[in-house]
Design a protein around this ligand. Structure first.
Ligand code: SF4
Ligand code: SF4
Length: 82
């Protein structure tokens, strides 16, 4: 199961998830969704710490983190958020 799942149809393309990812592991797509907006893509799932910041920042509930992974993050940059 993927660490993160994006519901691209809900995404409004605000870019907050990309901005707040502490491992710079997200980027906006070059394609557009049905609303005409770019949506986030994972750069490298292997370096995603499943910190959950992208999930927490999204105003449109367009990101889900695998609940089995959430809270395991050891990254000191986001430890206070868990
Ligand atoms: S869970 Fe954390 S590390 Fe993974 S993509 Fe989201 S913000 Fe980045
Ligand atoms: S925070 Fe949510 S709405 Fe904004 S770009 Fe990311 S997935 Fe899309």
């Amino acid at each position: 199961m993927a660490k993160i799942r994006f519901d691209t149809h809900r995404c409004k393309g605000c870019g907050l998830c990309v901005l707040f990812c502490p491992t710079q592991n997200l980027r906006m797509s070059s394609d557009l969704n049905a609303q005409g907006q770019p949506y986030p893509e994972m750069v490298d799932e292997g370096t995603c710490t499943t910190c959950g910041l992208c999930f927490r920042m999204c105003p449109d509930a367009a990101i889900e983190v695998n609940p089995e992974e959430l809270g395991k993050c050891q990254n000191v940059k986001c430890k206070k958020q868990n």
